[in-house]
Design a binder for this molecule. Structure first.
Ligand SMILES: [Zn+2]
Ligand SMILES: [Zn+2]
Length: 248
């Protein structure tokens, strides 16, 4: 039971940091925050993603390229460029890594206002940190697992960040409903998004990438936007105006 509770909490908290900080703040600049809070969420991304941590800076850069080249050969992770989900994960990993080490460069406009904390990334992105996280997860499962099948969750725990990436980016460009006819394949995965903290409304998001609220229909609910409004009220962030234009 402890393993399942841990997995569920890890799923949502890790996804929230990816959605709130990496996607909406780093890539799209839906809100602003002080240097203190930026560092706080940087560190929070590392703690919640653990062994699968990726740099919010490089994530933001890669995600902007996804919006600019959706479904085209230059798209860093379109399911329409690869025959299956696993190959897409591999290609995405390589595209991310090439941006991370600077082997691939992106035009200057894609770098604008991306958060950056190189010293921290050097530490958090290191394979030693990943191994330590892996051992910590293993120890947790070793201590708390009460049935063999609970160990099946360990690979997903180890790859949590990538799992979220592939779940949204594969599924949301393959299956779901459309509120808007687009020149790309983006879909809304679930009408009531209980799994992806508001990231399921991917068709809405591609239509209005600059809009902090991904929900548009009465039944759609964007949890991350709801929390963002709370953080705006208490002064942690400052939400920008709803913008219905712009690539990012
Ligand atoms: Zn997309
Ligand atoms: Zn986006």
């Amino acid at each position: 039971m402890a393993v399942l509770i841990f997995f569920a909490i890890h799923w949502y908290v890790s996804l929230f940091f990816q959605s709130f900080f990496m996607h909406r703040y780093a890539a799209h600049g839906h809100f602003s925050m002080s240097r203190f809070w930026e560092k706080f969420f940087y560190i929070g991304s590392f703690i919640t993603q653990g062994s699968s941590y990726i740099s919010p800076h490089t994530y933001g850069l890669m995600h902007r390229l996804h919006h600019a080249h959706t479904d085209l050969p230059e798209d860093p992770h379109s399911p329409h460029n690869t025959p299956n989900m696993f190959l897409m994960m591999w290609v995405t990993r390589n595209n991310y890594f090439n941006l991370w080490i600077g082997k691939t460069s992106a035009e200057e406009k894609y770098h604008k206002d991306l958060p950056q904390w190189e010293a921290f990334d050097r530490f958090a992105h290191n394979w030693i940190a990943r191994v330590i996280w892996g051992l910590a997860y293993f120890a947790f499962y070793w201590y708390f697992a009460t049935a063999w099948w609970q160990w099946l969750f360990l690979p997903m725990t180890l790859a949590m960040g990538s799992l979220h990436g592939v779940a949204v980016n594969w599924w949301a460009h393959k299956f779901g409903y459309e509120n808007y006819k687009m020149a790309n394949t983006s879909k809304n995965i679930l009408p009531v998004d209980l799994l992806f903290v508001g990231e399921a409304y991917h068709n809405n998001h591609h239509k209005y990438p600059g809009r902090p609220n991904n929900a548009v229909k009465w039944f759609e609910f964007d949890l991350t936007y709801f929390i963002s409004r709370g953080l705006d009220k208490i002064g942690v962030i400052k939400l920008k105006e709803q913008r219905n234009h712009g690539i990012f």
